[in-house]
Write a protein that binds this ligand. Structure first.
Ligand code: ADP
Ligand code: MG
Length: 343
């Protein structure tokens, strides 16, 4: 009967959405009939449905292709096993729910195969949404937003609350185990005000990753909101998430820092995506900054990459968070992705 011969796509849908239809009833019966193989069955089904649902291309490859792909990742898995990778995630790449779910799935995969991911996140569009909702008027000085005390309260509530906990929840739902903290916890990030006229925007002055190490050692994924404590009075400071991620990566002695953003990497011509710079060293970066090629939000990104590789992180990467699986592409394939910054 038609209901039994489901297409791969329908099967994918019925198993990703926990529906109470005929399909899930049948799965329950199957699972009861063969309890010993329950988890094996479920694992295989989920893998197939996820692949089918996300990428029609994947479903056309053979099982042999599939195991070859896994087998080719072995050298990378061996190289990175037990190594810490700090991932910064924010901006436009955070807007899209399916991209967010993809990033989370990649993090859980990396943790499952033995890497130690640490996630540092920005606020995405949530902060502006809530500032608007509570009626805080934006106030600008020379084009830069002024973070007054009321604004900072909302930033902290949204960043360390809603955004942080929603990422934690997504990771846990995807089968990982995450612990959400902010820079104030255990003195992870301390800072000072950058320019009093701009309010509570700070630069990081001290980093203490003892708590992050403890979380990682406990087999959990730390999820870090970049609210720091003012070193003088403990007040909340909003610090750039790229800079914070770089400082955390250096203090952890991470293998890699990966900054996910909304462009393919550093572009020689920011208006032309075909001008990607695949690899550049610290001197090259400084040249790009002084030539004015690197500008705006790309400046703190490149500067923290340079600082990080100068302090022992073996490479920093700027990758496109809008490309599905950009994390896996960077870490587990020969080609890599985006721009690699070395010392
Ligand atoms: P995020 O939210 O990921 O931190 P930002 O907006 O702060 O993103 O920084 C990324 C932005 O930097 C890009 O969207 C782009 O507008 C800008 N940018 C400036 N110079 C360059 C460059 N040379 N190559 C790529 N992007 C650049
Ligand atoms: Mg930025």
């Amino acid at each position: 009967p038609a209901a039994v011969v489901m297409s791969a796509r329908a099967r994918a849908r019925s198993s990703t959405v926990a529906s109470s239809g005929a399909a899930s009833t049948r799965r329950t019966t199957l699972r009861r009939a063969a309890p010993a193989r329950k988890s094996h069955h479920r694992a295989r089904r989920t893998a197939t449905s996820a692949a089918d649902a996300e990428s029609p291309r994947v479903s056309s490859i053979t099982s042999t292709d599939r195991v070859n792909v896994i087998s080719e990742a072995l050298p990378y898995l061996q190289q990175f096993a037990g190594r810490t990778v700090v991932v910064k995630y924010g901006g436009a790449a955070m807007k899209d729910e399916s991209l967010k779910a993809g990033v989370v799935a990649d993090l859980v995969l990396l943790a499952t195969v033995g890497l130690r991911p640490v996630l540092v996140h920005g606020g995405g569009p949530e902060i502006n949404k809530w500032l608007e909702r509570v009626g805080i008027e934006p106030n600008f000085l020379n084009g830069l937003r002024v973070t007054d005390d009321d604004t900072m309260s909302v930033v902290e509530m949204v960043l360390a609350g809603r955004v942080n906990k929603s990422i934690v929840s997504l990771i846990n739902q995807a089968g990982g185990s995450a612990v959400g903290i902010c820079g104030k916890d255990a003195n992870l990030l301390r800072g000072r005000v950058l320019n009093p006229d701009l309010g509570r925007v700070g630069e990081v002055t001290k980093v203490d990753t003892a708590l992050v190490k403890a979380i990682v050692n406990a087999g959990q994924i730390p999820v870090i909101a970049t609210v720091a404590a003012d070193e003088e009075n403990g007040d909340s400071l909003n610090v750039n998430a790229d800079t914070a991620a770089g400082a955390i990566a250096a203090d952890l002695g991470a293998e890699k820092l990966i900054l996910m953003t909304d462009v393919p990497g550093i572009l020689r011509n920011p208006k032309d995506v075909n001008t990607l710079i695949e690899q550049v060293d610290s001197n090259g970066i400084q040249a790009l900054v002084s030539e004015g090629v690197v500008d705006g939000g790309m400046i703190p990104k490149t500067q923290c990459c340079v600082k990080c590789v100068g302090e022992g992180v073996s490479a920093a990467h700027i990758v496109d968070g809008r490309t599905p699986h950009s994390l896996l592409l960077e870490l587990l394939t020969d080609q890599g992705r985006g721009t690699m910054i070395t010392q």
